[in-house]
Design a protein around this ligand. Structure first.
Ligand SMILES: [Zn+2]
Length: 422
């Protein structure tokens, strides 16, 4: 815990230039704390409304003491301290951490194969540039891929990505289905998913592991399934999590897309309160993004089936298996899943010693009902319905840009193993 604090503080003081992203909320002076909630979850949750405290991340896996990471606005730090929670300081100034992420990058030059150069992964990018990036990747791999769109977001943006296939032709193999950036503020997820795409596109003709993967599976990759929320994190509020859906009879905005799936809907680890970060919606699939993803999953399931689903998140560094909605039941192939996840985590650790935990989500992280991986497991016949929480337990959501490429490199090692051995 001490080490974590030091890393956060270093991240905060290493700032010389402020990012210029024209945000209306700068989070200047917000303190980030890891709160040991003990039996006082309700006490802490009440501060989300009374003190504008922001609910960032939770961890009570492995029976350890439950912790919740929160951001406390400067004007309420004193009052919060007087509540006498047991806390560890993760950051003295969230605004400085946002600056340390670096400014949004320029679109890179194209290489001799008309692919954007790897410098894409040196910075985070505007939403429009992500769309262009997917088109450029697909444009360099036209015989084995096409751009796809599975539906529209609440504000009408297309939910889009790339379908890639191997030598048996389009749509001939079971699916590998990836969803990135379901949570808007988890910027590293779309970058890592794009790194995987880049490696597939550039490796298919010269890397036997990539050939094996793409010849055995059709890949359906949607790097940003919550485009409205993602855009909002870039224009207004860096730490936005949910979609941007409005509802009747409330001024609260946003449904947690990852609590809106039908399996386990409305159970513990989700909220019926529209103001909550884990608001489930009122009915399964009443968020248009979830509805589109469920329909697409059903189409894949009815066609060649889904072998592997990964919902990409940050920042717990853990491979989450089903289930999230219950801690007492497990998929019938759980032993095989645990063994595969364990070796995948070992491969991820090889390049930089980054440690990833693994196991059923309810046991290793926290209970979450109505999530995507449980839906894939129980309602779409998916053999491996996973979520992967990327870096970083040290920096939280605001992962410095110089960690984008290493995140991609280590996950690529894990995926190459998984795809060939699953
Ligand atoms: Zn998430």
């Amino acid at each position: 815990m001490k080490l974590i604090s030091v890393v956060w503080l270093l991240g905060a003081v290493n700032v010389s230039v402020r990012a210029d992203r024209n945000r209306s909320v700068t989070f200047e002076g917000f303190k980030v704390l890891r709160v040991n909630v003990d039996q006082r979850v309700a006490d802490l949750e009440s501060t989300f409304e009374t003190l504008s405290v922001i609910d960032l991340n939770r961890n009570h896996g492995h029976g350890v003491d439950a912790t919740i990471d929160v951001a406390v606005p400067p004007e309420h730090v004193k009052i919060f301290e007087n509540l006498n929670f047991t806390t560890t300081i993760l950051s003295e100034d969230l605004g400085a951490d946002i600056a340390a992420e670096g400014p949004l990058g320029r679109y890179p030059e194209l290489d001799e194969n008309n692919l954007p150069k790897l410098s894409w992964f040196d910075s985070y990018h505007a939403y429009e540039d992500h769309i262009r990036y997917w088109a450029d990747l697909q444009g360099s791999f036209t015989n084995n891929s096409e751009l796809i769109q599975v539906g529209l977001s609440f504000e009408g943006r297309p939910i889009q990505g790339i379908h890639l296939w191997g030598d048996s032709g389009k749509g001939s193999k079971p699916a590998v289905f990836f969803n990135g950036n379901v949570h808007a503020r988890e910027w590293i997820t779309s970058m890592v998913v794009e790194y995987l795409l880049y490696q597939i596109v550039t490796g298919y003709n010269n890397d036997t592991a990539v050939q094996a993967a793409l010849d055995n599976y059709d890949f359906y990759v949607l790097p940003i399934v919550n485009p409205d929320g993602f855009v909002y994190t870039q224009t207004d509020y860096r730490l936005w999590r949910k979609n941007r859906q409005t509802r009747d009879n409330t001024t609260e905005v946003g449904t947690d897309i990852n609590r809106n799936w039908s399996v386990g809907f409305g159970g513990d680890g989700s909220s019926s309160n529209p103001g909550s970060e884990t608001f489930s919606g009122y009915q399964p699939g009443d968020a248009p993004e979830t509805a589109a993803l469920m329909a697409f999953a059903q189409a894949l399931a009815a066609d060649k089936g889904i072998k592997l689903y990964i919902d990409w998140h940050s920042y717990a560094q853990v491979i989450l298996l089903s289930y999230g909605y219950t801690c007492d039941e497990f998929p019938s192939n759980i032993d095989r899943q645990i063994s595969l996840a364990g070796e995948t985590a070992a491969r991820i650790a090889r390049p930089y010693n980054t440690s990833f935990d693994y196991g059923p989500g309810c046991l290793v992280l926290y209970q979450s009902s109505g999530n995507g991986r449980d839906y894939m497991t129980d309602a779409a016949g998916t053999e491996f319905g996973w979520g992967i929480e990327l870096r970083s337990t040290s920096y939280g959501f605001l992962l410095p840009a110089d960690q984008i490429l290493p995140s991609g490199v280590e996950i690529w090692e894990g995926m190459k193993y998984l795809w060939v051995n699953m």
